[in-house]
Design a protein around this ligand. Structure first.
Ligand SMILES: Nc1ncnc2c1ncn2[C@@H]1O[C@H](COP(=O)(O)OS(=O)(=O)O)[C@@H](OP(=O)(O)O)[C@H]1O
Length: 345
């Protein structure tokens, strides 16, 4: 009798798990096939099922969860994983469930819903007196959408952007992306990956993205398509370093004093004072910090990497190509900052 009583709820829970498992993983794999690196067969991977269960619980408890107080929006390869780890050291900062939410790429559902986004953050009572945040460098690939969405959800949020000299940032991203197993770009040369991203830059998806941002600015709700998510996630080598474009979108929607720009070089050379500067920007009390060189940020992406990239060093010809590409963009950034170029990174 007792066993019969449990049968119906257990079957309902099992069904919810199966449906939810299929829903979250199929979108991830479609939008970002390299996830398959660590989860080649999610139906047979216990860790994938455990993640599904946790996310299911978090979706169910979304209404009692909060939204970010600040965002690390990039740039990709500008130390964002390190920043995530350093800021999480503060007792008044509660880290999110995942470092990179990829919310804007549909990882919480293709309809960009604040309610579902909340699932990634702590509960109100579990984070009283604390700040929480999202550290999603994919925001800088789609700054209009990111700025409009963050503004609609959290108009008083603070924004942090770490800037790395574009050529070295691009090459760092190339080295990672070309080594991701199970992805179309696996083992491409630098020039081939550059050409691929240049090809994507003429996609109609970018106009769709602007239209979605405009709809969010009108306070409408929006849904993204798989095509858009794929286009954005496959454009992470170069676009994330269009600093002037990124900042203009955020300055249009947030107060300038809510936007902090740090230099990757300072984060690397003078880590502790850069982290303290960020604490101060976030109005967090100063705290004693451990030796930050002992903190090794984990690679948070669910990917399997090859040992070596196809192109081991950036050739002079490829560097010149990148310098030409970024010349005007960097000048625009310098003008926006009111600083000479060499002081920007
Ligand atoms: N503290 C410190 N000092 C110097 N360099 C550092 C530091 N933390 C991270 N890094 C370098 O930052 C690169 C990774 O950046 P991200 O974490 O933003 O990458 S990602 O976008 O999340 O994949 C990656 O750069 P490359 O080594 O050039 O690939 C890391 O080595």
């Amino acid at each position: 009798m007792a066993a019969k009583m449990w049968l119906a709820p257990a079957a309902a829970l099992g069904l919810a798990h199966v449906v939810f498992h299929w829903w979250i993983w199929s979108w991830q794999f479609e939008a970002f096939p390299s996830f398959r690196g660590t989860y080649p067969a999610p139906w047979r991977t216990l860790r994938a099922h455990w993640l599904t269960l946790q996310r299911l619980f978090r979706f169910a408890t979304s209404p009692i969860r909060r939204l970010p107080d600040f965002y690390i929006i990039g740039a990709p390869k500008a130390g964002t994983s390190a920043l995530y780890s350093y800021l999480s050291l503060h007792p008044a900062v509660k880290e999110p469930f995942m470092k990179e939410s990829r919310f804007l790429s549909g990882m919480c559902g293709s309809r960009l819903s604040g309610l579902l986004y909340r699932s990634l953050f702590p509960t109100w009572w579990g984070s009283r007196g604390c700040l929480t945040f999202d550290s999603d460098a994919t925001a800088s690939l789609q700054p209009a959408l990111a700025a409009a969405m963050y503004k609609q959800l959290t108009p008083n949020a603070k924004i942090i952007l770490s800037c790395r000299e574009p050529c070295s940032g691009v090459f760092s991203m190339y080295k990672m992306r070309s080594r991701i197993k199970g992805r179309g770009e696996h083992h491409l040369s630098f020039r081939d990956m550059y050409d691929l991203e240049m090809g994507l830059s003429t996609s109609v998806e970018w106009q769709n993205l602007e239209d979605l941002a405009a709809a969010l600015d009108r306070n409408e709700s929006v849904a993204i398509t798989l095509g858009l998510a794929r286009c954005v996630l496959c454009s992470s080598m170069i676009r994330g370093f269009h600093y002037a474009d990124i900042l203009l979108e955020f300055y249009r929607r947030f107060k300038p004093e809510n936007v902090l720009i740090i230099r990757f070089k300072d984060l690397a050379a003078d880590t502790e004072s850069t982290v303290r500067r960020i604490f101060s920007f976030l109005d967090l009390p100063d705290i004693p910090l451990p030796d930050l060189t002992t903190i090794h940020p984990q690679d948070v992406m669910d990917i399997a990497l090859e040992e070596e990239a196809q192109t081991a060093e950036l050739s002079q010809a490829d560097r010149s190509l990148l310098e030409a590409y970024f010349q005007v963009r960097n000048q625009d950034f310098a003008k926006l900052m009111g600083k000479p170029l060499e002081e920007l990174w």
